[in-house]
Design a protein around this ligand. Sequence first.
Ligand code: GCB
Length: 629
Amino acid sequence: MRHLVAALLACVLHCPALAADPPQVVDVQLAGQPATAARDSALMAPLQNVYGRSHLSLNGRWSYIIDPYENGYYDYRRQAFDASKSGKGGFYDDRKPKDKGDWVEYDFERAPTMKIPGDWNSQAEKLQLYEGTVWLRQVFEADPKPGRHYVLYFGAVNYEAHVYLNGKKLGMHKGGFTPFQFDVSGKLAKGRNVVVVKADNTRRQDEIPTVNTDWWNYGGITRDVLLAEMPATYIADYKLQLAKGDARHIEGFVQMAGSGKAQQVTVAIPEAGIKASVRLDANGRAAIKLPVKKLDYWSPEKPRLYTVELMAGEDRVVDRIGFRTIETRGQDILLNGKPVFLRGISLHEENPLIPGRLRGQGDMRMLLQWAKELNCNFVRLAHYPHSEEMTRLADEMGLMVWAEVPVYWTISWTNPATLANAGTQLTDMIVRDKNRASVVVWSVGNETPISAPRNAFMGSLVRTARALDDTRLVAAALEIHRTGRDITINDPLASEIDLASFNEYAGWYWASNAEMLDFRFDIRLDKPVVITEFGADALGGYHADADTRWSEEYQDRLYQNQFRMLAGIPGLRGMTPWVLADFRSPRRQHPYFQDFWNRKGLISDDGKKKQAFWTLKKHYDEVQRRYEN
Ligand code: GCB
């Protein structure tokens, strides 16, 4: 099959660099210091809807070499091979020894293989706790055509990826959860091609996330690898969403890129009776504003998606897009103008039933189906951008989404490069998912400790998100403060975001089930309150009384107590308890109850629903009845 598709690709004779203008990362400056560019200049600007292009999948079995000392990257004097003239010696160098005296100390041909997409930790015992460099290689056939544009796309590589095609370096990317791509027009061979990735998941203080998190640091190529083919002039990016708070207009833009010039772009939404052509400006960009007569608005109850066609010159892209408005008014959240309560749950991109990250749509569907069984209309995709397939599935299944970047805990707040990196990850997430009706909240981080540099950093990210997309809410998971028995929010960031959203662990990290009801919330913000986390660890199948920690009964009672406490918040408009399913975390060391698992899941590692699952479901059924009456 792959060869069939590959046969459709033909040789590029001449194809200048065709990258689109990178979307602007605004305001990534810290106290007047210039932000260093976080994106390698060799990378192309993000490409919208890569799945909607003709492409060859490079997924499958990739050969790998574990390289803890980075011998494939540096010579014995710690000089990078790829910075030397010959480049010889690097593990990306595919040349064979010419005679018996010539030798190399690596061999992809005899190396073991692993499945891509797939984290490496779950595929080899040696790699379970590994943090460092692994080299991965795929061989594919191509037949590139003249005058066509080719893009090598990675859905995500955790964390730092150096990519080589046919022995030559394409570039580098940092950030484990966002897509990136290289322009490979003119670089593909007719016939055999070799792509090599040096992936390094070493945790470092100045990166995003930083050294300390509460999830497994899965390394490797965790999402799809595709070779996309487009005309020389192509639709690089587009946005089509209802205008902010205006259900009568679809607004957005189309951005062309490439060697030639297209004059105009046509946008058609046949099922809505919409077809319009607009002129592109000298930069290949056109603003779109389309009046709508009659539309079925997207909602969790009726997740209507429309087929949208974009045509410009030789290029044509088809997408499935839903249209809805989301806004706040005082303490209300309005979906399509109507007050809504966010009946949510938090989740990680991990399958509790098998080791490792979600492998594909089946795993994703399982998680979102569990959320549906809880009667959720909302999911918090914590704590990093989940895959594009996930937000597309949420569109289809009718779940609103809180999307987040891994700005988590103790980030290097004063380092401009760290801020630039966070800004780039946020930008890439927004650029990728801005056409997903399901996504209603962009979150700029989780539980970040208040300080002047942190406030400046987070404020900057809020402004970045708003500048890129004014049609969604911007939020962060804040922390609470306790004075005596009062629980308050004293975070200056609260005034810059759209929700009073915070995590609180009453009954677990402070106070017990027996004590928690003595506390009360005193939230003095005229914003919708969304509790982004509460929860308790429970080992599935461990039963005791409701005062015994780790038991299902303790967790269940904590949920019941939470609902009583939360009922005292007049502005409460949603919650995403922590967490849908047990997940793996090296922080969780209790040998019996945890054994490297965070047990706050409502579903255990064998897929069984714990007692609290049914308590939350019952609560959501009641909330829904109240809201619908
Ligand atoms: C939190 C974090 C989450 C942790 C959770 C816990 O506040 O946001 O990532 O996993 O608490 O279980 O402690």
